[in-house]
Design a protein around this ligand. Structure first.
Ligand code: SF4
Length: 344
């Protein structure tokens, strides 16, 4: 296991003895929807387990939206900056809790120093985010060069007295990502944000990320995680929460057990989960919920779950701690199931 120092993002500890944090990145530009709509979605993501939300901060016209979101968001807000150091300064001025930069694409060193000073004055954290695709040419393997670059930037930050830093070293190649994160953990105690970049659609990314990030997390590497997907942000958060649970790093939240459904089903588990997954995962409870299609495995799984619903003949049976609570028509199953869960 690796000992890691802490960074603080609006009071949220990253690294140290803090739990591994989950983050995602907003998928629409500012102005595409109202700030209220964005905040409603952030609240929903937060209820599902998201700890940090990142936005692309591209131009001066983003500032008013970003500023209001920073003021009202229930979770810390990160500005993602590329190329223009003035956008980093503006994001900090607008209330960012953290900014993510790749100093390699900010240009002259004095520009990065300006960002560091502004972040220090405003108590804003910085993530040094390096991707294999934007690494300068040089000697050594890609992971080695990523680590060397990151350590060089850390020296620069420390020369300004700045240590509220998180580092990420990402590649679309799972093995390069694992190797870079391991090498970095051996040479530095700064917290790491881990993830596979450009990881594919929801299914491909979930598998690739679980294989790579699961190994890192189980060896004690990784302080925040994103499972980036060409897909829904909600799925990113669900996948990350499930990965932490599967690795044994979190027992929090709702654990869903569900059967794949087959020709024997009398209860549509696929449709039920599609309709109700967000509502289930937003419950502020640490429970196991089983959603089962028929009596072949339904009552058995109900015995292990806190709450279960299973097809039973042409109706749905609802269980609490393995005890049958009642049987309802399928069309009323969801409402009755949530009533039972909320009765406690
Ligand atoms: S519980 Fe029933 S419906 Fe679900 S997969 Fe098993 S046999 Fe099929």
């Amino acid at each position: 296991m690796f000992s890691v120092r802490s960074a603080f993002i609006r009071g949220l500890e990253i690294g140290g003895k803090a739990p591994v944090r989950i983050q995602t990145m907003y998928d629409r530009p500012f102005g595409a929807e109202s700030v209220d709509e964005i905040l409603r979605r952030i609240s929903s993501l937060s209820a599902m387990g998201c700890d940090l939300i990142r936005f692309s901060f591209r131009s001066r016209s983003d500032a008013p939206y970003f500023s209001e979101i920073c003021r009202r968001s229930p979770i810390p807000v990160v500005a993602d900056i590329h190329f223009d150091y003035r956008m980093a300064l503006l994001a900090i001025e607008s209330g960012a809790d953290k900014i993510r930069i790749n100093p390699g694409n900010i240009g002259a060193e004095w520009k990065t120093r300006k960002i560091i000073k502004a972040a220090m004055d405003s108590n804003v954290a910085i993530r040094i985010g390096l991707n294999s695709g934007s690494l300068p040419e040089g000697e050594g393997s890609v992971p080695e060069r990523m680590v060397q670059s990151a350590l060089g930037y850390i020296d620069l930050f420390e020369s300004e007295g700045f240590t509220n830093t998180v580092v990420s070293l990402k590649s679309s190649d799972a093995e390069e990502t694992v190797e870079a994160a391991r090498l970095f953990a051996e040479r530095s105690d700064y917290p790491q944000h881990i993830g596979i970049t450009e990881a594919g659609d929801s299914v491909i990314s979930a598998v690739r990320s679980a294989w790579a990030l699961g190994r890192l997390l189980s060896s004690g590497i990784g302080d925040t995680v994103r499972i980036s997907m060409t897909g829904d942000r909600e799925d990113e958060v669900v996948a990350a929460a499930e990965l932490l649970r599967s690795v044994g790093l979190s027992g929090k939240g709702v654990r869903i057990v569900s059967c794949p459904r087959c020709g024997r089903n009398t209860f549509d588990t696929i449709g039920f989960l599609k309709e109700n997954r967000t509502r289930l995962l937003s419950l502020d409870r640490d429970i196991t919920v089983a959603i089962m299609g028929c009596i072949v495995n339904g009552p058995g799984e109900a015995g292990y779950a806190d709450y279960a619903i299973t097809g039973s003949g042409d109706k749905a049976s609802i269980y609490r701690k393995g005890e049958l609570v009642g049987t309802v028509e399928n069309e009323n199953a969801a409402e009755r199931f949530f009533e039972v869960i909320n009765e406690r």
